[in-house]
Design a protein around this ligand. Structure first.
Ligand SMILES: [Zn+2]
Length: 335
């Protein structure tokens, strides 16, 4: 039992735990081989009848310990690199910290969401054409449930806006970082999984001026004090009015040229679109009205940006897939 016990026997449990786990990777196969030999030996002995412990120990010494003593344990061990922050996570943290300094707190929510939080409560009614633009990945086998309860992989971090407003009364200022999924085939600028950071501010008397001032400050904090911002009208179901925010290209400085070559990231326009934003649609507040969000009394703004896209621009990377392939030769460059 001392040798072959399943729970704590030397050959069955302790040798594999103590020796095999601790062995350097290059020697694991060899150590494993010896441990198996010891085990086989013990089993054979056990079959034959009890054997004096002293003889078993001699057998273990010759089969396991002596071969290993040939390994020079005075050699230096295997060095493990300390590692570095992934460029996407670095960008994520930079963006979050800009808003934390403005007094925003961080909110998070589930990646598997219900139709209600991902769409309905954000003013995407069932069958609304705007749902089609989101290329949603649905969880299988949900057809028997009412539509609002069906599960999906969230297509944006916006459901956390509703979840937070259900829990906290106004005023609120939150940033919501997280992973989102869409049914986009992977290519240089698309990935079925990517990262978003969303923001929401709700209070009495919040105006579009507050939105512009906040985002102008954030862009200068992220890309340098010389960038200019520019808002163009857009459409999102959950904001009204909605806008896209452009900043002067931080690669060419807004000239559209790099030396005599055209600047590719801004397509020679000198402007780069960085996020979508707008004033929270009163229809969204209707869903959380009972928690103090009467659209006649409160107003707010929201914005959302793709972290991976900003990381691509910031580091001049031309293929989003590089961020997710885990190739150390690529990631080392950011260490
Ligand atoms: Zn440019």
């Amino acid at each position: 039992m001392r040798w072959l016990g399943r729970a704590n026997g030397l050959a069955n449990k302790q040798l594999p735990e103590l020796w095999l786990k601790a062995a350097p990777r290059d020697h694991k196969a060899e150590v494993g081989k010896h441990i198996n030999a010891v085990k086989a030996h013990c089993e054979a002995m056990f079959e034959q009848e009890r054997l004096p412990i002293a003889r078993l120990e001699t057998a273990v010494r010759s089969k396991l310990i002596e071969p290993l003593e040939r390994v020079d344990i005075t050699l230096p061990g295997v060095r493990r690199a300390i590692g570095a922050e992934h460029p996407v996570m670095k960008t994520w943290r930079e963006i979050v910290s800009v808003f934390q300094k403005l007094g925003y707190s961080v909110a998070e929510g589930p990646v598997v969401e219900t139709d209600y939080y991902n769409f309905e409560a954000l003013n995407f009614p069932p069958n609304h054409p705007a749902r089609d633009t989101q290329d949603t990945l649905f969880i299988a086998g949900q057809q028997s449930k009412p539509q609002r309860e069906r599960l999906l992989l969230r297509t944006h971090t916006s459901p956390v806006q509703i979840r937070t407003m259900e829990k906290m009364r106004p005023p609120i200022r939150i940033v919501i970082p997280g992973t989102v999924h869409r049914n986009d085939p992977p290519d240089a600028s698309h990935s079925p999984m990517f990262h978003q950071i969303e923001g929401l501010a709700v209070d009495t008397n919040i105006t579009f001026g507050d939105l512009k001032g906040t985002l102008d400050h954030a862009m200068k904090a992220l890309f340098g004090s010389s960038v200019k911002t520019h808002f163009r009208p857009s459409f999102f179901p959950f904001t009204e009015p909605s806008a896209e925010l452009y900043v002067t290209c931080f690669i060419c400085g807004g000239s559209g040229k790099r030396g005599s070559d055209p600047c590719r990231p801004c397509k020679q326009t000198g402007w780069i679109e960085v996020l979508g934003c707008g004033m929270v649609d009163p229809n969204v507040f209707e869903f959380v009205k009972d928690n103090g969000y009467d659209p006649k009394k409160v107003s707010g703004f929201a914005f959302g940006m793709g972290v991976d896209r900003l990381a691509l621009l910031k580091y001049g990377v031309d293929d989003i897939q590089l961020f997710f392939q885990g190739d150390v030769r690529f990631l080392q460059q950011f260490g």
